[in-house]
Design a protein around this ligand. Sequence first.
Ligand code: GDP
Ligand code: MG
Length: 324
Amino acid sequence: MTINAAILILTQNTIERKVYLKTSLYFLFKNFNHIYKYPIIILHEGDYKERDIQEILGGIRGDYKNLVTFKIIDKEDFELPNYIDKDKLEKSINSQIVPYWRNTKYRLMCNFWLNHFTKYCDNYDYVMRLDDDSIIEETINQDLFKLCKEKDTIYMSNIVHVDCGICNYGMKELFLELFPEKKNIIDTLFVKTDINKNNTFYNKFVDLYKIINDNKEITDNIEINMPIMYYNNFFITSTAFWKRNDVKKTINHINKSGNIFYYRYGDAPLQTIIISLFESDKIVRTVFKYSKRMQRECFIDLNNNINQYMPKDYINTTCIFDKK
Ligand SMILES: Nc1nc2c(ncn2[C@@H]2O[C@H](COP(=O)(O)OP(=O)(O)O)[C@@H](O)[C@H]2O)c(=O)[nH]1
Ligand SMILES: [Mg+2]
């Protein structure tokens, strides 16, 4: 069986990211791709020049380097959509309400993985995303693409996690509005919590809500719904799914809300929810040891605070399915 598939890595040419990319590629080849030999496309914004490309390829052994190509993505992919109010966005980002509130470019990256990545998939029936800071930590003894094709899988991912409810505020309501008849499924995809006046986030959230909703008041008890999602720094997807009209219509509706930018709607929960709504029996969880940066390192946020979100030991992951 031949499978038309490729591995996509979106990256940036900074000193830090270049080191991540080299490490990630090393483990990708060592633990998967030296066996299965899929093409790897490294997507970038034009900041990888000839010498940087040589440097990356130089680290890939023998003929395996022929599997790797670099591709400049379209300039528009990382431009703010014209319906986004820049002033509102700037005020929202300045709130830095949670450590992982991030900046405009992070939001553009999330937007890329919802709206633009399919442009680079025309030649492939399946693509894998792997981030430059994702490490495959053990040998994967099966061809995951072949598995997807055999089982007619539309989305395969690994770690299940609960995302930040403030970053994804209003996401549940948005999907309920679009798919009232699918309330049962939508209910299973979120964990509810409340923030009231005693909560440390309360005042900051009220201010943020006013910025985003043109000074509208919010109730005293704020309902927050945290999405349950697959970490999508590793996933495999059927590319045809994202070209379906009903899927595109749903994505357009999400885009119009502006909330990918005004809040920080993650591409991961959005992908998990969209597939769950349309093809819930075609999502498959595959388990192998891999990690993203946040599980290995602490980080300094934009408020200059040091944050740790690592598992408490070297055996556990942050996967909610692995917890009792
Ligand atoms: N070209 C480009 N890639 C980005 C940008 N921001 C993030 N990425 C890439 O997108 C992937 C996910 O970004 P990351 O910051 O690791 O997100 P996190 O894992 O959610 O913290 C990584 O491979 C990054 O290099 C950006 O502004 N431009
Ligand atoms: Mg990352």
